[in-house]
Design a protein around this ligand. Sequence first.
Ligand code: PAF
Length: 296
Amino acid sequence: MDIAVVGAGSLGSLLGGLLAREHDVTLVGREPHVGRVRERGLRVTGVESFCVEPAAATEVPDAADLALVAVKSYDTAGAAAALADCALDACLSVQNGLGNEATLADALDCPVLAGTCTYGARLTEPGTVAYTGRGEVALGASEGGPSQVAERVGAALDAAGVVTTVAEDMPTRLWGKLAVNAAVNATTALARVENGALADGPAREVAHDAARETARVARERGVDLADERAVALVESVVADTAANRSSMLQDVADGRRTEVDAINGYVADAAESPVPVNETLARLVRAWERGVSSGG
Ligand code: PAF
């Protein structure tokens, strides 16, 4: 299968590297990373260590069987515009936050699948990605139900050794993932701690409250996600990724914009009644972002 991985950051590079063992992959990302991949291949180190030679570019190709979108949520509209001119059979978003599939579907002619991904990755230097945790990609129709396209894409990921579940309950999974991100990302970014610090430390209840609020908003929107399930998901991700620095902590450490608008901000915007923990987390992270963008 011809696969364009749009957003060759940490996660996109890891998934692209795994997929390149079986498929024709083009990594679409930024310099100097893509240039280094073109010159020397992509090095994957950690859980498994290997080198692959995918194509690598700063622009999306003219055609691909599948576009796997892994850009930051604030870049989804840009990725959608770039992909609008690419002949595609299918598109799969494995991004954090909610609303990405709708943005992509508005711009593209092909089916857009929803995905969640719990693999852990970190770009350590241009051309090299650390594979920090084996996880799972769950994918399916974003509105739920069966999908032949999802079966085909799932089989392609599976053939490359990516742990894959083709799921008919993506709305619940997307909101479950949102609850995890709402709980883990901003708390770890603000407290500057690894995910494992939420297992028993002082921020544990903040994280659990953020997850409960997210579950309540999911139910307000007709998605079946119980508070206990949301908290259990957080506990299991925290245990499985204890030594990881969340993507938002990595963004903050590198002085980059975060995905808070598509995570805690999304929960706050979608809520019918107050969600004070998510609102507070969103405001604090946005205050940090404003300080960085104004050079403070
Ligand atoms: O954004 C992240 O860092 C990840 O989605 C997760 C699951 C919270 C693990 O760090």
